[in-house]
Design a protein around this ligand. Structure first.
Ligand SMILES: [Zn+2]
Length: 746
């Protein structure tokens, strides 16, 4: 997905609670009030000397100081303030993480002296042990005051909101067994200043170390931002956002927990969606969106009763009910929506949740319309989050609505609204729509009916522009079917939208109307890409991103790099570039990669492709685009040259076939490159990770598709495939000709 991400933020389990504790914790609303009212309790302070705590990958030592527990919630102490001398040490699990730690802290390992900390500890046994230490009596009044200050600051901090600490504490004290492995800590270090460390059992990578960098702005800029915030908030947007919340989260280290043998043991969300059934109404007058989203969920973690959902923070949740229409307790923090079930479901039991919500999410400006959030306009659940959809829309008659899915029925209701029910049977990662005034045209490419909806801006570019867009959609679809195999649907809807990014969903492509402009020679001046390769990139996502998904953010580069590489091929093999001045998909890659950050580092050195969206950091706003899109595509182009350009698509076609409707990881991609680093552009060292080689001059590229991203029944092994690839110029199968001499794509 070619989406511009704003700050993408992140959002110990041993003892099951006793029956008594659970009975006391049965009212989540009163628990939440206790969390809100919590404060350090000097009367229960203890003195600590050389206490060691292991949390995930961190070794924490509380060498000498006092620890003040925060008042209990549901009879349980979860938060504690430490003042004194402590230390945290973390050994990164691999070279990539060591590199990131080095980038942000100046050293490849963490070993920092601490003076203050707030701990959020789910593990009851650890808290009980620590609180048995000698009482600090009488506690120095200055220390008590300082503890109060430290805790109050932490409680009001943007980090605590962003990481939804309240939600985690609530889940823990409400007796959600899987949440008791939760650990969070705010630290003040002598060298590094303030930073955070987390162990979240429901994340694929449970361990996170990082730092929130507040927005840097002058007083004048701040006043301007405040005015903008106020304006948006009067329109029902950016609700609850304060100036202090704006900034950038830098991830210094992220990793999965490790098993005894040192292998990674990823976490996962407690529930995985099996189906989304959405009923959406757009109001006649103000285009306010009201939704009823029913999610059929399957438990993925035994014993969990908390369902974590995400929903755009400007959508207000009215109520959440279960399958028997009983109201359920929910907690909202930013885009996090935590729902507590009355009990943990049995292993094979399906849970049905209905979320009723509304908000102002359709932007309208001088006759132009755009959906403000194409992903979280309905609640999402799960780690893999691939499910079929059944969606019914109601909207004002004067407007058109286009969306994913196949129309099954529709018409006009007695309320004067148009309605349509659309279904997408293939499990997919998202469903989107757009509403507005469109000029609708249709065309056909092979077995696919293409519907194009042009907004006024693109419509006004003239017949030739519209025809070219339609032709490019059809031609690229046919070309990619030849390269990668059949497109799985018989319809494709393409809509142009006045926003600054283009995006692809399964069977539904939104094109930025800005990116559809062709200004002739001025394209170069404004850095505009040839609109034909922009379109091809989004069409290629039907295969790379949708048919073949990604397992985690570390694998998302495959989708973007493949889409960019595919559009590069389309441009090279199918387009006449005579008299055209648009840039290519990887134009200027050398410059963007060697460009330097404020502290003089080359963008390329900020990290490998597998860091994905983590490349958005306070160090650079351009690294994600440069490394994932440009370098990723250049890497694939070089690989294709070393493998033989006629062989490469065969391998890719096989990957799509075997991995269809699944998520793959970088290790499963047959061209696994160990670190993703290109090195100097002209020397590709070991670009191909060869699993094994067959005799007779054929190179066997083998790969497998992992099912971990899917909720699969036991005993279903992952499918595997292999493609024999004749060697280019090699006689005995031992050497690959290194041929990327002219690796200068357009
Ligand atoms: Zn993309």
């Amino acid at each position: 997905m070619n989406r511009i991400l704003s700050a993408v933020l992140l959002s110990f389990c041993l003892l099951p609670r006793t029956a008594g504790a659970q009975a006391g914790a049965s009212d989540p609303a009163s628990l939440r009030r206790e969390i809100e009212a919590a404060h350090p309790d000097p009367a229960r302070a203890v003195t600590l000397k050389s206490v060691k705590l292991n949390a995930g990958l961190a070794r924490l030592t509380l060498e000498d100081g006092v620890l003040l527990p925060v008042t209990a919630v549901g009879g349980k102490t979860v938060e504690l303030v430490f003042l004194g001398k402590g230390r945290i040490a973390i050994e990164p699990p691999d070279a990539v993480e060591a590199g990131q730690l080095d980038l942000f802290t100046g050293a490849p390992k963490l070993d920092e002296e601490l003076t203050e900390m707030v701990l959020v500890l789910g593990l009851d046994a650890a808290v009980d042990t620590i609180l048995k230490k000698p009482r600090a009596e009488p506690l120095d009044a200055a220390l008590a005051r300082r503890a109060e200050e430290v805790y109050t600051k932490w409680k009001g901090s943007p980090e605590r909101k962003l990481l939804n600490i309240d939600g985690a504490v609530l889940k823990d004290v409400a007796g959600d067994t899987s949440s008791q492995g939760f650990f969070a800590a705010w630290f003040k270090g002598t060298e590094l200043g303030e930073f955070l460390y987390l162990v979240e059992p429901g994340s694929q990578e449970q361990v996170t170390l990082g730092h929130f960098v507040p927005l840097e702005a002058t007083e004048k800029e701040k006043r301007k931002i405040l005015r903008q915030l106020g304006r948006e908030q009067r329109r029902g947007r950016l609700i609850g956002v304060e100036l202090e919340d704006l900034g950038q989260w830098d991830t210094w280290l992220s990793a999965s927990l490790q098993g005894k043998d040192g292998s990674a043991v990823p976490g996962r969300a407690a529930f995985e969606p099996q189906k989304y059934t959405l009923e959406i109404s757009i109001a006649e007058k103000d285009l306010r969106l009201s939704g009823r989203a029913r999610l059929d969920l399957k438990p993925a973690v035994r014993g969990s009763r908390a369902v974590d959902l995400t929903l755009n923070s400007d959508l207000e949740v009215r109520r959440v009910t279960d399958g028997s229409r009983s109201e359920l307790f929910f907690h909202r923090q930013g885009r996090d929506l935590t729902v507590l079930l009355p009990r943990a479901p049995a292993d094979e039991e399906t849970v049905s949740l209905t979320v009723e919500y509304s908000g102002s999410l359709v932007e309208k400006q001088s006759g132009r319309f755009a959906l403000l959030d194409t992903l979280e306009w309905y609640p999402h659940a799960g780690t893999a989050d691939r499910a079929p959809y059944d969606v019914t829309f109601r909207w004002p008659r004067r407007l058109d609505l286009v969306s994913c899915g196949r129309r099954v029925e529709g018409g006009e209701g007695s309320d004067g609204l148009r309605w349509e029910r659309r279904v997408l049977d293939i499990p997919t990662a998202g469903f989107a729509f757009e509403i507005g005034r469109y000029r609708v045209e249709t065309t056909r490419a092979g077995h696919v009916d293409i519907r194009l909806a042009f907004d006024p801006d693109v419509s006004g570019m003239g017949k030739e522009a519209r025809q070219e867009i339609a032709k490019t959609v059809g031609d690229s679809l046919v070309y990619f079917e030849e390269l990668f195999g059949p497109y799985p649907l018989d319809e494709l809807t393409v809509v142009t939208v006045p926003r600054d990014f283009s995006q692809a969903m399964l069977g539904f492509v939104t094109l930025s109307s800005v990116m559809m402009a062709d200004l002739g020679v001025w394209n170069l001046f404004f850095g505009l890409e040839d609109r034909r390769t922009v379109i091809a990139h989004e069409v290629a996502h039907q295969w790379w991103g949708h048919m073949v998904g990604w397992e985690s953010y570390r694998d998302q580069w495959i989708s973007e790099a493949m889409a960019n590489y595919a559009s590069l091929l389309y441009g090279r093999n199918k387009l006449d570039k005579k008299d055209r001045f648009g840039l290519g998909p990887t134009s200027g890659w050398q410059e963007t990669l060697t460009d330097t950050t404020e502290d003089g580092r080359a963008i390329e050195s900020l990290g490998p492709v597998v860091l994905g969206t983590r490349l958005f950091s306070s160090r650079s706003g351009n690294a994600y685009q440069a490394i994932v899109y440009h370098k990723g595509a250049v890497l694939l182009d070089m690989l294709s040259k070393s493998l033989g350009e006629e062989n490469f698509p065969k391998v890719l076609r096989q990957v799509v076939k075997v991995s269809a409707n699944r998520a793959i990881s970088t290790e499963d991609f047959p061209f696994h490159h160990r670190t993703g680093h290109l090195g100097r552009p002209r020397s590709v060292r070991r670009p191909v990770h060869l699993r094994h080689r067959s005799p007779g001059g054929l190179l066997q590229l083998s790969f497998r598709a992992r099912g971990r991203g899917q909720v699969e029944g036991p005993g279903r092994g992952p499918p595997a495939g292999a493609v024999p690839v004749p060697l280019q110029g090699g006689e005995d199968g031992r050497r690959l000709r290194r041929g990327p001499r002219a690796a200068r794509p357009d």
